[in-house]
Design a protein around this ligand. Structure first.
Ligand code: AP5
Length: 226
């Protein structure tokens, strides 16, 4: 079967992490979420974490050169041989160009970029009610996807907290950063015929169904091309 190299693109809070977790289970492919990787580095107080924290706390992006190496190593690793799911990368045009160059070097290419589209107002509602588990980064929402027991992760039983960058003023800054630096990638990938639009405003299950249908169509296209 052909490899499946996917990117999840979309504003903060659009549901990339929620859908990424489900996709990882469905497709059994490695899932690389740069936000999770950076938060783990901050928690472990590594050099990467110390550098990234100041940017993340402000709602800014960490510098391209810091994150490009982190992802390059992962997609070249044996576990990503049959494909991968990227969440939160690329986020700038230089990052997208670096990803293209890395994949070219490996003799590979992206299969598709799934844009999960939601409005700014919806982002504010979602991030305001998000709760994240300290251990595995699993995400819940107090209203839209509540855990069975308040404050406790259904999956690993660890504590659920409000992320540092989910404060209202930082949410606004993250949205600005998205529109300025990441949204140009919609056009970048559309021009390369890689973009697939997903309506992120629907309930999580319905968004997941749309993604599954999109991937089924992609598989058919891949089979026809062989
Ligand atoms: P990152 O962690 O990637 O943050 P983000 O892109 O802002 O995305 P989020 O994790 O906030 O949201 P999401 O789309 O995953 O939504 P979720 O599924 O949780 O990055 C954090 C920071 O790291 C950045 O600001 C930057 O500083 C740095 N960084 C990361 N990557 C970088 C890069 N490549 N370059 C430079 N810097 C980088 O859902 C949100 C909430 O909504 C949840 O509560 C969920 O339960 C709920 N929800 C989900 N889907 C639905 C639905 N369909 N209906 C109702 N509620 C829903």
């Amino acid at each position: 079967m052909a490899e499946l190299n996917l990117v999840l693109l979309g504003p903060p809070g659009s549901g990339k992490g929620t859908q990424g977790e489900r996709l990882q289970e469905d497709l059994r492919l490695p899932y690389y979420a740069t936000g999770d990787i950076l938060r783990a580095a901050v928690r472990d107080e590594t050099e990467l974490g110390r550098e990234a924290k100041q940017y993340m706390d402000r709602g800014d992006l960490v510098p391209d050169e810091v994150i490009v190496g982190v992802i390059g190593e992962r997609i070249a690793s044996p576990e990503a041989r049959d494909g991968f799911i990227l969440d939160g990368f690329p986020r700038t045009t230089p990052q997208a160009e670096a990803l293209d160059a890395k994949l070219r070097e490996l003799g590979r290419a992206l299969t598709a970029v799934l844009l999960i589209d939601v409005t700014d107002d919806e982002v504010v509602r979602r991030l305001g009610g998000r709760r994240t588990c300290v251990e595995g980064g699993h995400v819940f929402h107090v209203e839209f996807n509540p855990p069975r027991t308040e404050g406790v992760c259904d999956i690993d039983g660890s504590e659920l907290i409000v992320r540092d960058d989910d404060k209202p003023e930082v949410i606004r800054k993250r949205l600005e950063t998205y529109h300025e630096k990441t949204e140009p990638l919609v056009d970048y990938y559309d021009r390369r015929s890689l973009l697939r639009r997903i309506d992120g405003a629907a309930a999580p299950e319905a968004v997941g169904d749309q993604i599954r249908r999109t991937l089924a169509t992609l598989r058919l296209e891949q089979d026809e091309a062989v």
